[in-house]
Design a protein around this ligand. Structure first.
Ligand SMILES: NC(=O)c1ccc[n+]([C@@H]2O[C@H](COP(=O)([O-])OP(=O)(O)OC[C@H]3O[C@@H](n4cnc5c(N)ncnc54)[C@H](OP(=O)(O)O)[C@@H]3O)[C@@H](O)[C@H]2O)c1
Length: 238
């Protein structure tokens, strides 16, 4: 297993259900963290809880290009290199195409595809300089198998996977690894605004989901895990 200790790690979506559990695991493994989320209060709380200094935090809406530029600047004011980029941000709007508005469709694509693209675009040059790094995203099983009401979400996650597959071709001759975690239902605030009857007690816990990412961070660097699937027992879509 590779060590996480002293690795410079950017966690995007650190204020989310999965992201906040991941921060806890990475911090206790001795990582040098930089955390970002949209909600400043939540981000500050997490920073306080894990003794992460203010210079290693950035709060902002990451569908905005200027904010991604600021995130990059603040990150590189603190660290000179990036070892892992873990993006656990995302939005899920589950509605029939009739109910889904144009704004909701675009909002989903902005956070789940445009934002990851712009974040990678801004941090990849540094990884290319050192010729190594690990990039992890969480497309979810709906990025492999759509379900009723997932037109926007599946479009965004299929798009994310396609984009990452293409970027993978660009970095083939480096030791930069791209890993996608296809996850089934995770009990997190993700479901709070989704009008669907779900059995949260049958879902994967946010802590277990974070452990899967933590596990991926420790894989030997001689190869790459291009994807991993983790699903609840009662809902195995793949
Ligand atoms: N939960 C599931 O069942 C499940 C299953 C498969 C895959 N996934 C994927 O796993 C990832 C994490 O999900 P989760 O369950 O942890 O969801 P979550 O608890 O809802 O967390 C979502 C995260 O995205 C951030 N975010 C939302 N809008 C943003 C914006 N405009 N700019 C910057 N950050 C923004 C949130 O920040 P704030 O809280 O600060 O607003 C939060 O940190 C997502 O990509 C999701 O699609 C989830």
């Amino acid at each position: 297993m590779e060590t996480i200790k002293n690795k410079n790690i950017l966690v995007v979506g650190a204020t989310g259900g999965i992201g906040s559990e991941l921060v806890k695991l990475l911090k206790s493994s001795g990582a040098n963290l930089f955390i970002t989320g949209r909600n400043e209060n939540k981000l500050n709380q997490i920073a306080l809880q894990h003794q992460i200094e203010e210079s290693c935090c950035y709060a902002g809406d990451l569908t905005q290009k200027d904010n991604i530029i600021q995130l990059n600047q603040k990150y590189f004011n603190r660290y000179t290199t990036i070892d892992f980029l873990i993006n656990a941000s995302g939005i899920g709007i589950i509605k029939s195409s009739e109910q889904l508005t144009e704004e909701e469709f675009l909002q989903t694509l902005m956070l789940n595809v445009y934002s990851p693209f712009m974040i990678i675009k801004s941090f990849l040059p540094s990884m290319k300089e050192t010729k190594k790094g690990l990039i992890i995203h969480v497309p979810g099983v709906l990025g492999k198998v759509p379900m009723l009401g997932s037109a926007a979400y599946s479009a965004s996650k299929y798009g994310l996977v396609g984009m990452l597959q293409s970027i993978r071709e660009e970095i083939k001759r480096t030791e930069i690894r791209i890993t996608n975690l296809f996850m089934g239902g995770v009990d997190s605030p993700f479901w709070d605004n989704i009008d669907l009857r779900v059995q949260k007690d049958k879902m994967i816990t946010s802590e277990e989901a974070a452990k899967a990412i933590w596990f991926l961070c420790q894989q030997p660097t001689s190869g790459v895990i291009s994807e991993m699937v983790l699903q609840p027992f009662n809902h195995q879509a793949i």
